[in-house]
Design a protein around this ligand. Structure first.
Ligand code: HEC
Length: 125
């Protein structure tokens, strides 16, 4: 196979893989969110705070900006803005990113984290 043909075949395989993955992601993301986060968080607009704040519209929002939620001093002073990268770091090891915050969560599986973040980006906006 020529180099060009190999590259094209590889690119086609990646495209097929990505579209199959995104069709599954929303359902998988919702499942993983409910399992790992749903005890303490909702994403529905105007849903109640639980132990943690409502995460509706969290992607793009500065940390500790949900009106009326009693954030820790650590979270209030973090200066973070939530995007795919900061969310990934946070749920990989929340205490490493924001030491002393009132949330202690570690999602070790990269695919699970990606599905959860995808869910927050789609369902939560
Ligand atoms: C045991 C309860 C609990 C679980 C489980 C939990 N959280 Fe939290 N979460 C909190 C609390 C409490 C805060 C507020 C932290 C603070 O003020 O220090 C928080 C804060 C957050 C914030 C910052 C919100 C903001 O307005 O700045 C994000 C983002 C977040 N959690 C995402 C998640 C995700 C995603 C999961 C699942 C992987 C998860 N949390 C699991 C309790 C939890």
């Amino acid at each position: 196979m020529s180099k060009g043909a190999r590259t094209a075949a590889w690119a086609a395989a990646v495209i097929v893989f990505c579209s199959a993955a995104s069709a599954q992601d929303t359902a998988e993301g919702e499942r993983q969110f409910q399992r790992n986060c749903g005890v303490c968080h909702v994403v529905s607009e105007d849903g109640p705070a639980r132990a943690g704040p409502n995460l509706h519209g969290i992607v793009g929002r500065p940390a500790a900006s949900e009106d009326g939620f009693p954030y820790s001093a650590a979270m209030s002073a973090s200066g973070l803005v939530w995007d795919a990268a900061t969310l990934d770091a946070y749920i990989t090891n929340s205490q490493a990113l924001v030491p002393g915050a009132n949330m202690s969560v570690r999602v070790r599986d990269e695919a699970q984290r990606a599905a959860i973040i995808d869910y927050l980006e789609t369902a939560g906006q």
